[in-house]
Design a protein around this ligand. Structure first.
Ligand code: DSN
Length: 425
């Protein structure tokens, strides 16, 4: 029996269309190389908790303060999730109810700012996130946004520039964190800048939360008013959000999550978060995060040795950003590279580069991350092969027969690292 058959015996007969789509997605995940930096594979224990009967329960409110009866076991689950999150990150307290990272960020902004107030955040096209002030997002619509970016020469965060911006523009909050930044973020310096200006400091550590939990990236917890995260990236839990803070700060953010922007918490997801936090507290999680970092370094080194320029010349984290505008004649776009790699069974996403000249729908870069392939157990040898395939795909310029051949090689490699111990559904 494979995991899908175990999980979906009823679904198969009751809703074959959905079963079939899940089955096909499982095969896609199993047979391809998942290099989207924000994705990962959860454990079967996380899957079981998230697929559990807890989805039946309404539990608006917080442990011991619910608006519905019958919450005694729900309270146990939420308290366990909070305790484990606090132990994992060394935080005083937590809100584990945000349905997503966006909602975690929204709750912290609303706890600290009124509509029209100003905050400073990293701009999306320099590696930030939509919720850090993009005009297309609630964060850019509700608040005045002061965007900071990277040093144009080094493509690294420029802390002097951020200090000057804070002094000049006087935002009420400094937001840090990134979706496509391959280097360590110095939360101590940023926290000091916020402190000097007597403003609050919010850190969205979604991408690096697993590395922070393992002690392999400096923690923002000692410096930030609120630290937000998703739970499904390097942290390898279910899709969802999380807020960590000091005990005297929790009330403001709790009331923004509920009743402010959410109703009933997703208790099946909170149970799955609790399971993932427990897994992240185990020694094997540290080994996993160490392997993630060494795979990222190896893949980056191989790509660069084979001629593909990376922004900042490498990585300190789980991801890297390839700059196609500097590769050969610069004519290949991120959009083309993403499509060709997809046809070869390698999933990445197109991404803007710091000096981007193309639109965000076309781009000149691709973002490449290793958390998912590291979860499968791949290591140094595999990174070498993957780098070579990426280069071959780019050199193929989309030639269908070459992409098909690489796809077969990718599939053969993936069959040596089966997901959930299953070789075929
Ligand atoms: N979509 C996520 C990412 O890929 O980085 C951010 O929310």
């Amino acid at each position: 029996m494979t995991i899908l058959q175990n999980f979906h015996t009823n679904l198969k007969t009751k809703d074959p269309a959905i079963y079939d789509a899940i089955h096909r997605e499982f095969n896609r995940e199993e047979e391809g190389l998942e290099l989207i930096a924000s994705e990962n594979y959860v454990s079967t224990a996380v899957l079981e908790a998230q697929g559990s009967i807890l989805t039946n329960k309404y539990a608006e409110g917080y442990p011991s303060k619910r608006y519905y009866g019958g919450c005694e076991f729900i309270d146990q689950i939420e308290n366990l999730a909070i305790d484990r999150a606090c132990r994992l990150f060394g935080a005083e307290t937590a809100n584990v109810q945000p349905h997503s990272g966006s909602q975690a960020n929204m709750a912290t902004y609303l706890a600290l700012l009124s509509p029209g107030d100003a905050f400073a955040g990293m701009s999306l096209n320099q590696g930030g996130h939509l919720t850090h002030g993009s005009p297309a997002n609630f964060s850019g619509k509700l608040f005045k946004v002061i965007s900071y970016g990277l040093n144009p020469k080094t493509h690294r965060l420029d802390y002097d520039q951020i200090r000057d911006l804070i002094r000049k523009e006087k935002p009420k909050v400094l937001v840090a964190g990134a979706s496509a930044y391959p280097r360590i973020i110095d939360f101590e310096i940023l926290g000091t800048l916020a402190q000097e200006a007597s403003i609050d400091f919010v850190v969205d550590m979604a991408h690096i939360a697993g590395l922070v939990a393992a002690g392999l990236h400096p923690s923002p917890i000692p410096f930030a008013t609120y630290t937000t995260s998703t739970t499904h990236k390097t942290l390898r839990g279910p899709r969802g959000g999380l807020i960590l803070c000091r005990s005297d700060r929790i009330k403001a953010v709790n009331s923004q999550i509920f009743p402010g922007i959410q109703g009933g918490p997703l208790m099946h997801v909170i149970a799955a978060k609790a399971v993932a936090f427990s897994e992240a507290l185990s020694p094997s999680f540290l080994e996993y995060q160490k392997a993630t970092l060494s795979n990222a370094k190896k893949l980056a080194q191989e790509l660069m040795e084979q001629g593909l320029p990376l922004i900042t010349g490498g990585t300190d984290t789980h991801l890297m950003l390839a700059d196609l505008s500097l590769w050969k004649d610069g004519s290949i776009t991120g959009k083309e590279a993403e499509a060709w790699l997809d046809r070869a069974g390698i999933t990445v996403n197109k991404n803007t580069v710091p000096h981007e000249k193309r639109s965000p729908f076309i781009t000149s870069g691709i973002r490449i991350g290793v958390p998912a392939i590291t979860t499968r157990g791949m290591g140094s040898e595999e990174m070498k092969k993957i780098a070579t395939w990426i280069i071959q795909v780019l050199e193929s310029k989309g030639d269908q027969s070459q992409l098909q051949k690489i796809r077969m090689d990718v599939k053969a490699l993936c069959s040596e690292f089966p997901l959930y111990g299953s070789s075929k559904v």
